[in-house]
Design a protein around this ligand. Structure first.
Ligand code: ADP
Ligand code: ZN
Ligand code: ZN
Length: 723
């Protein structure tokens, strides 16, 4: 039997490995090129992984090669391969994920063309008399004279210039419809505005990053308001001047127009963004602009780590502790770790910036594997306000705010300032219950209570989004003594509106659902008139509100008391971030209401001494061999019954494991039932990565072959951040 040339194709299917397809053309498309292939009854877009020979008789052929040249740069392809291996996720799915949607669907890897109308050389010499008898053409001519760089048809339409007139000018050779080259910035100067005068600590940090040669990882550890962004801006200037690109990752919530504006204002080079708010077409154009080197600063959320770069010089990860950098479904990767790998491969510096670094990053700095740059003061010379702890058990019944907090808010707005009340819970009240029999409104599909949304007058589950009517009588005993307990943003807003003479601005997912609503609210806040803001963590990060002089924090206890070992770390990060909104340009105050005023970790966090808190937490982690001192991987499984989920994981737990790997569980998940399914998990722990990954490979094999797997949905999460 004769062998034939075949291509190994990585396909977006949930199985590991590549698929062989016949391809006899020459030369064969290179690695990273997209092809179309038949797969079962479907046609899929896959990516060429390699070439080989095969004598297998039943192979199908590649139906089309979609690219003249690979869409993946070799470096980006290698990053995807490494990520697929590390996260034990199928390569085809990783490659598919890394592509903009239009390329996934088989679209052309070509930038969209912008066409404009402009006058030709001859057209510029035409006199008004020559068109005096054609008023429409006359008008078109006048408009085009005023816009020598040309105008799109849409713009011309808006100016009342219609196509017949333009066509007439074209037919006379006076105007032309041309394709705009979105070329790189013409300006030789990269700076559009002068930098701020950096303070001593900022200067040290800037120089360290500027002087770095080759792969150099930095932790920029700077308290909120210390001017980390200024450090990024100044550190990247020489890279841009040298013609290089800078990739900036920001958290989902951090990609505000305000952030992007700071980069656009400072530099005269093209800045492009990559995030979920773009249309598919915009996303592809921006992606191509980065790949072709036209975009020089690329700012994006986590998936932007997969942007191809023509000439990369520096990678920056802002708010590097933020959990939105970890993808929590499908391909579960951490963009912070990928950023470091990528910088290593590219042999360029990478800066992870944070006011409250992740303990993993902090430990790398302590071990001197990262250069540790510290900014200990606010750049604006404003003192960072301390956090005052208030005992929330002293609040009157059913009152979320202590009298002291309310008084402070009143005083704050009386002084002409703004106050922020932070509560990480939207809706009116998190619970509805019967006073006669104790019945509580629970989600039928989840182990959770329903939140009362009063404006919509319904009960909603914040885990599965299911909704119910609010019962007028208790479904259990028929009593009409149904009451709410606890409070969310909606109720707080109402309360504050009743007791204060100033506007109360609510910012949470419900109050900002409509397009533009968030931006307009933020704008109102920045205008600075006295107001009270009520917000969830949407308000915690990145925002700079000059007039904000008081922050009142409610309900942070759960995090500090959480069974999840990351609970206190994440709670402290959020607490300090929220507190950091206060007094950025004047005196500030922060009040923390807690039912556990004596809690040790909470006190440490409130003291503002994140390093001390981190040391305490790291010590606990060391004793328990938890990250960063041990490595974890989690199998999660859900099924129609808990028994099925547990049995499947039990089968995995019985597999032989490599030396040094501990198997813990299976146990029911913290929320055992969610969206109608029962969930369980199995944890693998090891002090070395190699045996952990070896064991994972074996368990994954067993899982794929297990007949029980067909009754479950399961996945593995390497370095899980919630468990
Ligand atoms: P961070 O990102 O560390 O929270 P920012 O970069 O947002 O801090 O800076 C906080 C404020 O301090 C901003 O208004 C910024 O313009 C200002 N700032 C930063 N560096 C300086 C400096 N060297 N001199 C004066 N103001 C500065
Ligand atoms: Zn009842
Ligand atoms: Zn639910």
């Amino acid at each position: 039997m004769s062998t034939k040339p075949v291509l190994q194709i990585a396909l977006p299917v949930p199985l590991p490995g590549c698929y062989d397809y016949l391809y006899s053309g020459s030369p064969a498309p290179a690695q990273g090129t997209r092809v179309q292939v038949p797969f079962g009854r479907r046609t899929l877009v896959g990516v060429v992984h390699g070439q080989t020979q095969s004598d297998y008789p039943k192979l199908k052929a590649v139906s089309a090669v979609l690219d003249d040249a690979p869409v993946f740069t070799a470096e980006l392809y290698a990053l995807c391969e490494r990520a697929a291996r590390y996260y034990h996720h199928p390569l085809g799915e990783v490659l598919n994920y890394a592509l903009p949607a239009l390329l996934r669907q088989g679209g052309d890897a070509q930038p969209s063309q912008e066409k404009r109308w402009r006058l030709t050389e001859r057209g510029t010499h035409v006199s008004d008399e020559q068109v005096s008898r054609a008023p429409r053409q006359h008008q078109a001519l006048q408009v085009l004279r005023e816009h020598p760089k040309g105008l799109s048809s849409a713009m011309l339409n808006a100016l009342d210039v219609a196509s017949p007139a333009l066509n007439a000018l074209r037919d006379k050779g006076w105007a032309e419809h041309f394709v705009v080259e979105n070329g790189p910035g013409i300006s030789k100067e990269v700076l559009a505005e002068p930098p701020l005068a950096a303070n001593g600590e900022q200067q040290q940090a800037i120089h360290a990053i500027q002087d770095a040669e080759g792969f150099t990882p930095f932790l920029l550890d700077g308290v909120t308001g210390s001017g980390k962004t200024e450090v990024y801006l100044q550190a990247m200037a020489p890279q841009l001047a040298a013609g290089k690109q800078v990739l900036v990752l920001v958290p989902e919530i951090g990609l505000t127009p305000q952030t992007v504006q700071r980069f656009r204002q400072r530099f005269a080079v093209p800045v492009t963004t990559l995030h979920s708010g773009l249309t598919d077409r915009e996303r592809l154009d921006n992606w191509l602009a980065a790949r072709d080197g036209k975009a020089r600063i690329i700012i994006g959320t986590r998936s932007a780590i997969f942007t191809p770069l023509a000439n990369p010089g520096l990678i920056i990860v802002d708010e590097a502790h933020d959990s939105s950098l970890k993808q929590q479904d499908g391909f579960r990767y951490h963009a912070r770790d990928l950023a470091t790998w990528r910088a290593q491969t590219l042999n360029i510096p990478v800066v992870l910036g944070s006011a409250t670094p992740a303990l993993e990053t902090l430990q790398l700095a302590r071990d001197q594997r990262f250069h540790w740059l510290k900014l200990s003061r606010r750049a604006t010379e404003q003192q960072r306000p301390g956090i005052e702890i208030l005992d929330a058990t002293l609040a009157p019944p059913n009152q979320p705010l202590l009298p002291l907090s309310l008084q402070a808010i009143k005083q704050c707005v009386d002084n002409g300032n703004q106050a922020l009340v932070f509560i990480n819970r939207r809706g009116y009240a998190p619970m509805i219950l019967c006073q006669d029999c104790g019945w509580q409104a629970e989600c039928k599909r989840c182990d959770s209570f329903l939140t009362w949304h009063r404006a919509e007058n319904n009960l909603r589950c914040h885990h599965c989004d299911s909704q119910q009517r609010v019962p007028s009588r208790c479904p259990s005993c028929g009593s009409s003594a149904i009451h709410e307990a606890g409070s969310g943003t909606e109720k707080l807003t109402e309360l504050l509106e009743q007791s204060l003479p100033v506007p109360v601005i609510r910012i949470d997912r419900d109050a900002t659902r409509r397009k533009g609503e968030l931006d307009s609210k933020l704008k109102t806040i920045r205008q600075g008139d006295p107001a009270v803001l009520v917000g969830t963590q949407m308000l915690a990060k990145g925002h700079h509100f000059p007039k904000l002089a008081l922050v009142v924090i409610l309900d942070m206890d759960a995090g500090f008391l959480s069974a999840d070992f990351r609970g206190p770390e994440q709670a402290a990060q959020l607490l300090l971030q929220v507190a950091g909104r206060s007094g950025r340009e004047g005196q500030g105050r922060v009040l923390l209401q807690t039912r556990h005023p004596d809690h040790h970790l909470l006190q440490l966090a409130a003291s503002g001494d994140y390093p001390a808190l981190a040391s305490a937490l790291l010590e606990e982690r060391r004793m328990a061999a938890l990250p960063p001192f041990g490595h974890l991987a989690l199998f999660r499984c859900e099924a129609m019954t808990l028994g099925k989920a547990m049995a499947f994981l039990q089968e995995l737990a019985q597999q032989p494991v490599a030396d040094g790997v501990n198997v813990l569980g299976p146990v029911p998940a913290p929320m055992e039932k969610r969206a109608g399914r029962y969930r369980a998990q199995l944890l693998l722990q090891a002090s070395q990565r190699a045996p952990l990954h070896q064991t994972l490979e074996r368990l994954l094999d067993a899982a794929r072959q297990s007949p029980q797997s067909r009754q479950c949905r399961w996945h593995v999460d390497v370095d899980p951040i919630d468990m």
